[in-house]
Ligand binder design. Structure first.
Ligand code: AKG
Ligand code: FE2
Length: 339
């Protein structure tokens, strides 16, 4: 039987053809969307401009229309972004044994180094990806379990987590204002538990057959993604469109929790990651999640009528995990109308 280190996509990706367990059915595989030029329609918002109410309008509109936008001039330095990307690539380039050691230091299991999805053992088909995930708050208590190799990991990611948290708070304030809520609405429990996820997609001999990450909607409030090469696709009006990498920019997307709190004013967009045959792709996602006991429900001011049930984040995650493969089923259990 294969051991975990042999299952890692980074251990065997250099094969002549895609293994059968990685070949997805025609309706799910990327097929001819590979090679389609990335779309320029996803709004790019300049956070450096002085017209705050215009920025709020732009990100609110993007959150309604796409559930996605990109930000530039966001205040996180190019050096920090480059260091974060480099150190993440260094992590995935380490010998497999070292990655496993570095990714499994925590006894509670909230730090994970895995391949494909968190559900490898039970999934029918696998995904062309390895991933490292852990809590993002750079507290002593969390950081004692962060990787110590590469040696710069903790230092770089600590600063990155602090800076992206500030950016996230700024964006959440503007989204709150765009919804007509108080600026502080998302402070506290609703945004208390950020997590970092470093995705690594090795080169693939035939990217049209497989996926790096299945179609999904993030179970977050918002997600802030760093990417430096193509591979992210968004499902919009029945088509898959590529999200163009912008140097030192971030991709921001609306998660399911924001969709529920905004009473569907903002839409969580379905997205996925495709692979390419030229070079490995690494991305770093910063998910802003509520704490487990926080109650998720449509904001009272937007309930006309409320579309979603009220539940704790833990309950939400249970539904989300059990129905993740079926969008319709998920919206049935979360919504009040039962449809
Ligand atoms: O790597 C990407 O392009 C997408 C990552 C993503 O959607 C996720 O980690 O939830
Ligand atoms: Fe995602």
């Amino acid at each position: 039987m294969e051991t975990f280190d042999q299952k890692l996509a980074s251990s065997w990706f250099d094969v002549q053809s895609v293994p059968q367990t990685y070949v997805h059915p025609p309706e799910k595989r990327p097929g001819n969307t590979i090679g389609v030029p990335p779309c320029k329609n996803i709004p790019v918002v300049d956070l450096g401009n002085d017209d705050r109410s215009h920025t709020i309008q732009q990100i609110s509109k993007a959150s309604q229309d796409f559930g996605f936008f990109q930000v530039i001039n966001h205040g996180v330095s190019k050096k920090l972004i480059d260091d974060t990307m480099s150190v993440s690539k260094e992590f995935h380039a380490m010998p497999r044994k070292d990655k496993i050691i570095e990714g499994s230091k925590d006894p509670t299991g909230s730090y994970k180094f895995y391949t494909s999805s968190e559900n490898y053992a039970n999934e029918e088909l696998h995904y062309w990806r390895d991933a490292l995930a852990h809590p993002a708050h750079p507290s002593e208590n969390n950081m004692q379990f962060w990787p110590q190799n590469p040696t710069r990991y903790r230092e770089v990611l600590k600063t990155y987590a602090e800076e992206v948290r500030k950016l996230g708070s700024r964006i959440l304030e503007m989204l709150a204002e765009g919804l007509g809520l108080s600026k502080e609405f998302f402070n506290g429990g609703l945004s208390e538990y950020p997590r970092l996820l470093s995705n690594h997609y090795p080169p693939c001999p035939d990217p049209s057959l497989t996926l790096g990450l299945a179609k999904h909607r993030d179970p977050s409030l918002i997600t802030i993604l760093l990417q430096d090469s193509e591979g992210l696709q968004v499902f919009k009006d029945g088509n898959w469109i590529g999200v163009e990498p912008i140097s030192s920019g971030f991709v921001v997307n609306i998660g399911y929790v924001m969709q529920m709190i905004s009473n569907s004013k903002f839409k969580g967009a379905d997205h996925r990651a495709v692979t390419n045959s030229r070079a490995a792709r690494t991305t770093v996602a910063y998910f802003i999640y509520p704490s487990n006991e926080t109650v998720i429900e449509p904001a009272k001011a937007l309930c006309n009528p409320p579309l979603y049930k009220s539940m704790t984040f833990t309950e939400f995650l249970q539904y989300f995990k059990s129905k993740v493969a079926n969008d319709e089923e998920l919206s049935k259990v979360l919504s009040l109308s039962g449809s």
